[in-house]
Design a binder for this molecule. Structure first.
Ligand SMILES: [Fe+2]
Ligand SMILES: [Fe+2]
Length: 194
């Protein structure tokens, strides 16, 4: 318990500092002097993630409207759910960018260049799901890198990215399951291989 006490003491003495600093530069809103990340870099990374999400919204929407075939109803529902969740991610990122006093880049000009993931229409439903899985895997790797880059410098942005990352992993799993159900995962199913 002595350890806890020491911890509390140090914390209280810090609070005085935090209170004093909070009164300075109140125009900075949520940005305080304790923020140790490179804000321009973080905003830039968030804008790339934002572009990635917007491209994913458009790709899933295209797949939603274009999916056809006997399995299409359940798969369409999945595409639509993902499109809506990607839009939710885009909103979280845009909101965070404004908290960091950046501007969310919602311009359609150069959107695909800013995005990590591609916009691929896909020639049939299996192809669409495969492209979505590829895009999710790209998002997973690039978001993980962002989380690692941020480290302890900006816990709020890191938490947002971690939450989004967790959902992209679910999306990838969903797409992999759909492929499996369609008997289309990876190589053509070979009954003796495993
Ligand atoms: Fe997303
Ligand atoms: Fe996703």
């Amino acid at each position: 318990m002595a350890m806890n006490k020491a911890k509390t003491k140090a914390f209280v003495s810090d609070i005085d500092n935090i209170r004093r600093r909070a009164r300075q530069n109140i125009d900075d809103g949520a940005m305080t002097a304790g923020y140790s990340a490179d804000r321009a870099v973080v905003v830039d990374m968030l804008n790339q993630a934002l572009a990635t999400e917007l491209v994913c919204v458009l790709r899933y929407k295209y797949h939603y409207y274009m999916a056809s075939g006997i399995h299409s109803q359940a798969i369409k529902a999945e595409f639509l759910a993902h499109a809506n969740e990607e839009q939710g991610h885009a909103d979280l990122l845009a909101e965070r960018i404004t908290q960091l006093e950046g501007k969310p880049n919602l311009s359609p000009v150069g959107l695909l260049d800013r995005s990590h993931a591609d916009y691929v229409e896909g020639k049939d439903i299996v192809d669409m799901i495969k492209e979505d899985l590829v895009a999710e895997r790209i998002a997973i790797d690039s978001y993980r890198e962002i989380v690692q880059y941020i480290g302890d410098d900006d816990p709020t942005t890191r938490r947002i990215m971690e939450d989004i990352l967790a959902q992209e992993e679910e999306h990838a799993e969903d797409m992999a399951t759909l492929l499996e159900n369609l008997g289309a995962k990876g190589e053509p199913a070979a009954p003796s291989s495993h």
